[in-house]
Design a protein around this ligand. Structure first.
Ligand code: NAP
Ligand code: GDD
Length: 337
């Protein structure tokens, strides 16, 4: 009998890679999507267009408990991966209320519906290294205290606590991944890595002349999303639920990312990158580096991509995109960056 999984946020970067990974393992894959997305598949389903004949999509809103209850009542789900969230940190400073509402209540609704209808379902919560915020130690592990620095980070700490509390109070199988930044060719254009690689490609083809960025000295621990969704699945296969840091263990500045990305097309980033106050955040997470030794030991998880491979792959992908005329289109539909 194949297992049945429900993925919230299946239209996002991670949701699309996870759906592929689960399908390859013989899972029956269901996705929870917004009704507006179902009505606008051409624009909203770009990351899962190639999977549409193999997955089942259900309309629901993270802001509505009855709609989530309805989807959860449809099928006996074995695993639920709760990935849907307002995930852009900068946007959470602009609209903290809706970020909190979607990310905290959405997580609470999912947990409450599962408790009511599917208490045996294994639940994954998409926690974040952004929860460490103003870091208390380096590298950060499962025991490092949280000090979030954005409404997004605060919402993820609340989701993490809710997930742990459902595990402790109701004995449900609820696990959180504390994932450090992960990227790839399907990354949204508002995030710094894709903003850099897509602009490098446009500069290369004469469609842009500069790249405007904020804090070039911020340090992140970047990996490839394909590697990170494998860890999500491994966490739900354990005998007992637990929380895991997933990270590469290497930290690089935004500046280093630029240097490598521009270098891919033989350019010097200093000639094109302009710093712009608009892209600084009211409170910054200056430096993140993860210690994923627990995941490596218990889950036997290892990343397959390193930093240099990731940058190269993303630049090559965007060069292809721009040469086909696709990046301009995608950027217009991606919202503010
Ligand atoms: P993403 O590409 O931004 O995808 C977010 C997903 O959430 C999309 O499918 C989006 O649907 C959905 N969503 C947003 N608001 C919603 C709402 N109100 N109702 C229903 N669905 C909603 O994010 P990602 O990079 O795949 O990340 C997946 C999860 O991991 C997120 O929870 C994120 O916070 C967390 N995380 C990500 C990273 C990372 O580096 N990527 C690291 C740590 C944690 P639409 O397509 O309809 O907008
Ligand atoms: N987006 C963006 N745009 N970031 C910039 C820019 C810019 O123009 N210039 C500098 N940065 C810096 C940000 O200030 C931040 O320090 C760093 O680049 C990374 O920003 P993002 O790519 O937007 O990612 P993030 O680290 O804030 O958040 C991502 O990773 C988290 C895990 O740590 C998101 O995927 C979150 O959802 C995720 O939880």
């Amino acid at each position: 009998m194949s297992k049945r999984a429900l993925i919230t946020g299946i239209t996002g970067q991670d949701g699309s890679y996870l759906a592929e990974h689960l399908l390859a393992m013989g899972y029956e894959v269901h996705g929870l999507v917004r009704r507006v997305a179902l009505e606008d598949p051409e624009r909203r389903f770009t990351r899962i267009a190639h999977l549409l004949d193999r997955i089942q999509l259900h309309a629901a809103s993270l802001e509505s408990y009855p709609s989530i209850f309805q989807v959860v009542s449809h099928h006996e789900f074995d695993e639920c991966y709760h990935l849907a969230a307002q995930s852009f940190v900068a946007e959470s400073f602009s609209d903290g209320f809706s970020t909190m509402n979607t990310n905290i209540n959405g997580t609470h609704y999912m947990l409450a519906a599962l408790r009511e209808l599917r208490p045996a379902c294994h639940f994954y919560f998409a926690g974040s290294s952004e929860m460490f915020g103003k870091v208390r130690e380096a590298p950060q592990s499962e025991t490092t205290p949280f000090h979030p620095r954005s409404p997004y980070g605060i919402s993820k700490v609340a989701g993490f606590d809710l997930t742990r509390n459902y595990r402790e109070a109701y004995g449900m199988f609820c696990s959180s991944g504390i994932l450090f930044n992960h990227e790839g060719p399907r990354r949204g254009f508002e995030f710094v890595t894709r903003k850099i690689t897509s602009t490098v490609a446009r500069i290369h083809y004469g469609q842009a002349t500069e790249l405007r960025l904020g804090n070039l000295d911020a340090k992140r621990d970047w990996g490839h999303a394909e590697d990170y969704v494998r860890a999500m699945h491994l966490m739900l296969q354990l005998e007992e639920p637990d929380d895991f840091v997933i990270a590469s263990g290497e930290s690089h500045t935004v500046r280093e990312f630029c240097e490598l990305a521009f270098g891919e097309v033989g350019l010097n980033y200093r000639d094109y990158v302009v710093t712009d106050e608009r892209f600084y955040r009211p409170a910054e997470v200056e430096s993140l580096i993860g210690d994923s030794s627990k995941a490596r030991r218990v889950l036997n998880w290892r990343p397959r991509y390193d930093f240099a491979q990731l940058v190269k792959l993303m630049v090559q992908n965007d060069l292809e995109f721009v040469s086909r005329g696709s990046v301009g289109l995608a950027r217009r539909s991606a919202g503010p960056d």
